[in-house]
Design a protein around this ligand. Sequence first.
Ligand code: FES
Ligand code: FES
Length: 158
Amino acid sequence: MKTPVQFRLNGEDVATFAEAGANLLDVLREAIGDLSVKGGCWQGTCGTCTVLVDGVPRLSCVTLAESIAGRSVETAASLRHGADLHPLQSAFMERFAAQCGYCTPGMLMAAKALLDRNPSPSREDVVDAIGGNICRCTGYEPIIQAVLDAARGGARRA
Ligand code: FES
Ligand code: FES
């Protein structure tokens, strides 16, 4: 049986139907068509499916779609505005912080949540914020430096 679910996705109201027990990851990708959200393990262990729900990072593969009704969801698709990349996206490019790119959407969203609540994080803050996100390519250091670069850029623009 399908249940109607309405929520805000990247600032716009969306409505869809979700199978009982469906996870948010599958609903975002398959019912709504937001392919910026990636699945890796589908078991809550890799972090690649991270989205923000009311500004808080959540693993969409282990989030019941029905529980999102009335909430606000942000995915990596929200980051770029036309040709303008989000400072985190620019910093990831400049630091070569994405190689295969599979972890990148989840990393970006975990980092965005951090910078939204703490615009001047320490290195330890960054490490903690991406602690649940696995990357098999970069060794993490370029990602950490990219998030710190994005934070410094934001401070310069303020
Ligand atoms: S796909 Fe959700 S944590 Fe791995
Ligand atoms: S860039 Fe390949 S898993 Fe992170």
